[in-house]
Structure formats: structure tokens, C-alpha cells
Design a binder for this molecule. Structure first.
Ligand code: AKG
Length: 259
């Protein structure tokens, strides 16, 4: 069973603003997550979009409070919560989770920092996200792209980009010229942890297969929001990592019975 991050991975995160952890979830866990993603219509029904600059819609299903389902076992699971605690250096709580449902042809995400979106609520950039690859993520199907080390710059201005929120264009161009662009290609079960001030984007999915990714985001207890709009601090009910398979097997059986 994968553990939380080691010292080398933490150092890479601090230096680069992100770190990829291969096989953070194993193949049995990922089969259950993919099965839930296929079978659970509720999350598809919740999906909403934001258009990129070309007018192509993205597709995202988002929730604030983790439940007792398989997604909750991930975002409340010890390995992920401990990793976030190690990265952020204090007690963390669930900010939100989202399934980025990038089906074939679905749109791109414009360059942004997550703290570009969250700045109004929180005084400090003490938030972090973890993208867990549900499907392979490749250059062709629109994997995450990052500007390595760009988190060091701090937050820059954001404005509207399509119906999304995007970086101020001139400053962005300067950043793109300055930092190395990395396409974060992943296999199912790989995870990428990224700082809320790291510049990232992704292209539309040009393949004929879905590219779904579960993104779990955390805030620190001391950085609780100063304005409404996101969950206030609430203690995470952490579960042991074995729960993911235990709950997942039962839930997938139930979902199959209902299908
Ligand atoms: O799913 C993606 O490709 C990117 C999503 C993203 O940038 C975000 O949720 O902040």
C-alpha cells in the first residue's frame, strides 16, 4: 500500500510547485474508481462546464463535503490527507473535490493558478490539490500542463478567459517565456500534487477516449475563509487506506445492481 510522500518528493514539490507520485493508487483501487465513474449517474448529472477561449466546454462535477462513498474514501484516506498535511505543514481540511470529465472533444483549461480562483476567500496561498489519473492522461487527450517552478512567483492577476478564470495575458506571456513547460503524462493511479500558485492548463481531448481525473483540494485549518463561498474549517474524518477497496467493492456491486 502506498504511503504518504517521502522527503525527496516533498523537496521536489517545494522546488517545482508540483510532484508526480507514480502508482499512488493501485490497479484494484483504480478499477473500482473507474467502475464508479462509469456507473454513478449522480456525478454526471451534477457536471457543469466552463468555456475556454475557443468556446469549447469543459465538464466538471464538484462537491464540497466528502461522503462515505469511494470518492470520500479517497479524499478522507490517510495516505492523501497525510501527504497534504506534510506538504502544507499543518492540519488540513477538505476544500472541495471534483471529477474533471474530459470526454473526447471536451474543451481546454486556460492558464490559471488555483489561487486565482480562491484568493477572494482565503488570505494565504496555503492550499494544495492532488490530481489522480482515472484514465491515462497524455498529450493527445489533454493532460495537465505545468510551468515548473512558477509557484514561486506568487499569485498574479486573473480575469475572465472565456467563461473560465485565467491569468492576466501580458504577465502570463512573460511567465511562459521564463519557465519550463511540462506535460504531465500519467497512468491510472498516478497522482500529481500541485501548489495553488502553480500555473497550469490543459488542452482539449483530441482522442476518442475519455480522460477523467479526480482532483482533491485541501486548505489549512489556520487559513479558513474570511468570506463565504467555500467550506469553513471542518475536521476531516480520516479513514484508513484499506477502506477504499472495502467500500469500493460494496458500492460498485450496488451500482451494478441498480444499473
Ligand atoms: O482537468 C484538467 O485538465 C485541469 C483542471 C484544472 O485546471 C483545475 O481544476 O484547476
Amino acid at each position: 500500500m502506498a504511503q504518504s510522500l517521502n522527503a525527496e518528493q516533498l523537496a521536489a514539490f517545494n522546488r517545482d510547485g508540483y510532484v508526480v507520485v507514480r502508482g499512488f493508487y493501485n490497479s484494484e483501487e483504480m478499477k473500482l474508481i473507474r467502475a464508479k465513474a462509469d456507473l454513478d449517474q449522480h456525478y454526471r448529472d451534477m457536471a457543469h462546464g466552463g468555456e475556454d477561449l475557443e468556446g469549447n466546454a469543459t465538464q466538471l462535477s464538484l462537491w464540497d463535503y466528502p461522503k462515505d462513498d469511494i470518492y470520500g474514501m479517497i479524499s478522507r484516506g490517510r495516505r492523501l490527507v497525510q501527504s497534504m498535511t506534510d506538504i502544507l505543514g499543518e492540519e488540513v481540511y477538505h476544500w472541495h473535490s471534483k471529477m474533471a470529465m474530459k470526454d473526447p472533444g471536451k474543451g481546454a483549461w486556460e492558464w490559471h493558478q488555483d489561487y486565482g480562483y480562491w484568493y477572494n476567500q482565503c488570505l494565504f496561498p496555503h492550499l494544495c490539490s492532488c490530481y489522480i489519473a482515472v484514465d491515462p492522461a497524455t498529450k493527445e487527450n489533454g493532460c495537465l500542463q505545468v510551468l515548473k517552478g512558477s509557484h514561486e512567483m506568487g499569485r498574479i492577476d486573473h480575469g475572465s478567459a472565456g467563461t473560465q478564470v485565467g491569468c492576466e495575458p501580458q504577465r502570463l506571456e512573460e511567465c511562459v517565456n521564463r519557465f519550463e513547460l511540462v506535460y504531465v503524462e500519467l497512468d491510472p493511479g498516478d497522482a500529481v500534487f500541485f501548489h495553488c500558485n502553480m500555473f497550469h492548463r490543459s488542452d482539449a481531448n483530441q482522442s476518442d477516449k475519455p480522460r477523467w481525473g479526480l482532483i482533491c483540494c485541501y486548505n489549512t485549518k489556520s487559513n479558513r475563509p474570511v468570506r463565504p463561498g467555500h467550506p469553513d474549517y471542518n475536521k476531516l474524518d480520516i479513514v484508513e487506506d484499506e477502506k477504499l477497496i472495502e467500500v469500493g467493492r460494496k458500492e460498485v456491486e450496488q451500482l451494478k445492481a441498480l444499473a
